[in-house]
Design a protein around this ligand. Structure first.
Ligand code: SF4
Length: 339
């Protein structure tokens, strides 16, 4: 059964593969590991449509891993602005420098895993897709397809071990990279979260979830805990067509990014509400933003300054604000202030 699943899926992939800028066509020699790695890092928690323009901008500006390794970190962070999960960008810089120092990407999954920010998934994906190594690649699409194919009743996240074992069983010795991409494409286009199109699916004859009559209920999920809501303030301080921006502390949330000054809110607690300069302050409204582990309600307050605020920062021209590389949360706050 395992061989028939991989053969059937690869035959489907040969004619239905999505055309993506970071991909080789089915059966063609693998693409540059830099492009595979960069795309896989960008695609974590982010849609293909959102990634495409960033991938194009990055590869035009930094065509090789050496170019990226030589880039100042703040330029990479600014170019990443809007993609979210900013620790990925910091690790991207660190990993590119490690790879450049090694003279190129290692090809084994174990060595790839040693690079900063390369977790089990990314290391397996790069080994399989860029180097043709047999590796078991499990992303959210693969998790969904495999849970349905084998009608796995154990809920996520504890089912991850079983899903991995089942994926291992059906991963072929050859064309493991194409197989991984075929599973991703099947999950993205046919075996979609809410509406699996079983009539179009090449694997329908082997699919236990379809036979059970309700494939969309897989993967079974443990009930979700509500995210805590944190409250904070951000400060819009202007002077003569400029706004005061700060650089966030390197290792904290959104670390290294330019931002509006705020009151120190974090995943663990609310902000202290102490403004960085004397007012008078005017409330502009609330911005809501959801992070992985919490939701944030950020009150935006405005004042006009006559001197520099206490924090270190810079006066940034309002008509060039889109070049500041503000992360999404602060870009939303800026839009509210300018509305
Ligand atoms: S038959 Fe349906 S549920 Fe099963 S893998 Fe295909 S699309 Fe998904």
């Amino acid at each position: 059964m395992a061989a028939s699943i991989s053969d059937t899926l690869l035959a489907w992939y040969d004619t239905h593969a999505r055309d993506l800028p970071w991909r080789a066509r089915p059966g063609a020699p693998p693409t540059d590991p830099y492009r595979v790695w960069l795309s896989e890092v960008m695609l974590q928690q982010t849609t293909v449509a959102a990634v495409k323009p960033y991938f194009q901008a990055f590869t035009e500006r930094w065509p090789t891993v050496r170019d990226l390794a030589a880039a100042p970190e703040e330029d990479v962070m600014a170019a990443w602005a809007g993609l979210g999960y900013y620790s990925r960008a910091r690790n991207l810089v660190k990993a590119s420098r490690a790879v450049a120092a090694m003279g190129g990407f290692p090809s084994s999954e174990t060595e790839l895993r040693d690079l900063p920010g390369l977790g089990a998934y990314t290391a397996a994906a790069v080994a399989a897709i860029a180097f043709g190594k047999r590796a078991v690649v499990v992303d959210a699409n693969v998790e969904r397809v495999v849970s349905r194919l084998f009608a796995i009743e154990e809920p996520l996240p504890s089912s991850r071990k079983i899903i991995r074992e089942r994926t291992d069983e059906i991963t072929p010795e050859n064309r493991a990279g194409d197989f991984a991409q075929a599973m991703m494409d099947l999950g993205a286009t046919i075996c979609t979260s809410r509406d699996p199109k079983c009539l179009l699916c090449p694997l329908s004859a082997s699919c236990e979830g379809r036979k059970n009559g309700d494939p969309a209920r897989y993967p079974v999920k443990a009930p979700k805990k509500a995210k805590p809501v944190r409250k904070g303030q951000a400060y819009w301080i202007t002077r003569e067509d400029h706004v005061w921006l700060v650089r966030r502390v390197g290792t904290g949330m959104l670390g290294g990014m330019r931002a509006l000054p705020d009151d120190g809110w974090s995943a663990k607690g609310d902000g202290h509400k102490n403004a960085p300069t004397a007012g008078p302050w005017r409330d502009l409204g609330l911005v809501r933003h959801t992070f992985t582990h919490f939701a944030l309600e950020l009150a935006v307050c405005e004042t006009q300054a006559t001197s520099d605020p206490l924090d270190e920062g810079e006066w940034w021209p309002l008509d060039r604000l889109d070049e500041a590389g503000l992360p999404t949360l602060f870009a939303k706050a800026a839009r509210l202030a300018l509305a």
